[in-house]
Design a protein around this ligand. Structure first.
Ligand SMILES: Cc1cc2nc3c(=O)[nH]c(=O)nc-3n(C[C@H](O)[C@H](O)[C@H](O)COP(=O)(O)OP(=O)(O)OC[C@H]3O[C@@H](n4cnc5c(N)ncnc54)[C@H](O)[C@@H]3O)c2cc1C
Length: 415
């Protein structure tokens, strides 16, 4: 039996290893277009590789996937983060969970994961063909596929009984699936930061607020809210809350050319009333204190200063001189300041592409194509992507495991 895995990334390796463990006699080949395998694993999580997220309840876990939520529900009941932890630990990789739920190798180095995969690949006799790009894939009349592989200046034609497409979000490779009858959902980048040029945050680069609430309004979609750490950068806003917003509205943001409005609540634990009460208390107890220099809520002092100045409160004004109009304007800035997003920035730790193989064309019990039997999918090639925090690798491990297992079981049944 000959199995071809197109793509030597997370999804491809996990599927290949799973299939090879079940089928010791099968000829398993990974064709990788690049000069090295597992490139994204290597650079992932800022070089630490955030392998998964410690969320062990399938339904809750699916909430982290803007695309693929419904389809992943069943797959996570078969292979979820708990299984990922067991899988790596039982293969010699020790993992640790950080306070926010992200899971990393204890070595804090992605090479631990790459080395584990490479060791297993070699032990299982999986062939790795580097610099080998699969250019064409056609159904054979007698079953299986004929693959055209380009290696340097040479071109090879090989027959395979089963193929797993694990080519990630490489645009060209979608043509392989298209030619076999698949539909590709439009592609759009996900997991990015927002460019905002605004005097309120201009000199605050590097400042972060532990708990902020951000609401995104973009043409063509409902408002979406996230809460969590918010970071002010040289070019605008970053941090988990913003990155998650970018994932939930990835398509609409692309369509709007990254023009949108962001409402920021720097003090979600306060109501307008409780904030006004705090300001009034300072008015009564510390009338001579400067408003700009004395925050009434739990926000970093520099941020308070900037927002107060932008609300028209000059440095000289003390609490006894603070007018009603000024305090209303300051409370609005703190609880619902509106910022104009003017572009997309980079998030170096993780990014993915949304879009890919249409999910209704895939049988999620096996990850086999409903359009072209014998063709399976694993990883980001599918129209599945998660928010930041290890969810993207988790969907690659899960789909790779299911594809590898289904192939293993189906071939074992036949022989
Ligand atoms: C900088 C960065 C950091 C990230 N960090 C994290 C993280 O910490 N945690 C997390 O969960 N996710 C992270 N991600 C997302 C995660 O890396 C991807 O979701 C995951 O790698 C997808 O795996 P994949 O195997 O489907 O695709 P890929 O890793 O993209 O692998 C696909 C492979 O297929 C090859 N290929 C494509 N076409 C062909 C062809 N025709 N023939 C042969 N080979 C082909 C490509 O060269 C590539 O090597 C990060 C992404 C980036 C870019």
């Amino acid at each position: 039996v000959r199995i071809l895995i197109i793509g030597g990334g997370a999804g491809g390796y996990f599927a290949a290893i799973t299939a090879a463990e079940l089928l010791p006699k099968a000829e398993v080949t990974i064709a990788e277009a690049g000069a090295r395998p597992l490139r994204k694993v290597e650079i992932s999580g800022g070089g630490r590789c955030n392998v998964t997220h410690a969320c062990f309840e399938a339904k809750e876990l699916t909430q982290a996937y803007p695309r693929g939520q419904k389809e992943l529900r069943g797959t996570f009941s078969r292979f979820q983060p708990k299984d990922t932890l067991d899988w790596f630990e039982s293969r010699g990789v020790r993992l640790k969970t950080e306070a926010d739920g992200r899971v990393f190798p204890v070595t804090d180095s992605s090479s631990t994961i790459v080395d584990c995969f490479e060791r297993l690949r070699k032990e299982l006799g999986i062939d790795l063909e580097l610099n080998s790009r699969v250019k064409e894939l056609v159904n054979e009349p007698t079953g299986g596929f004929m693959a055209t592989v380009i290696k340097g200046k040479k071109q090879f034609l090989n027959h395979y009984d089963t193929v797993i497409l694990a080519s990630g979000s490489t645009t060209k490779s979608y043509d392989l699936a298209k030619a076999l009858g698949h539909t590709i959902e439009p592609l759009a980048p996900s997991l990015f930061t927002f460019k905002v040029k605004d005097p309120r945050i201009e000199n605050l680069s590097g400042l972060s607020v532990e708990d902020a609430k951000v609401e995104l309004s973009v043409t063509g979609s409902k408002k979406h809210t996230e809460q969590g750490p918010l970071l002010i950068t040289h070019w605008g806003f970053s941090g988990p809350a913003v990155i998650r917003l970018s994932a939930w509205r990835a398509r609409e943001l692309l369509a709007s050319n990254y023009q949108a409005k962001l409402s920021v609540n720097w003090l979600p634990s306060e109501t307008r009333q409780s904030l006004e009460e705090k300001i009034n208390t300072l008015r009564g107890n510390s009338p001579r204190k400067s408003v700009v220099g004395t925050p009434a809520g739990k926000v970093p002092k520099r941020l308070w200063q900037s927002l107060a100045l932008q609300s028209g409160i000059s440095k000289e004004i003390n609490y006894s001189e603070l007018s009603k109009k000024m305090s209303v304007s300051l409370a609005s800035e703190l609880l619902s300041g509106i910022y104009q997003i003017s572009g997309k920035g980079v998030f170096k730790e993780e990014f993915v592409t949304c879009g890919g193989i249409r999910l209704s064309e895939v049988d999620f019990r096996t990850m086999e194509s409903k359009v072209s039997p014998g063709l399976y999918f694993s990883g980001e090639v599918l129209d599945i992507d998660g928010i930041t925090g290890g969810y993207n690798f988790q969907s690659a491990w899960t789909t790779g495991f299911i594809a590898g297992t289904a192939i293993g079981n189906s071939i074992a049944r036949q022989s």
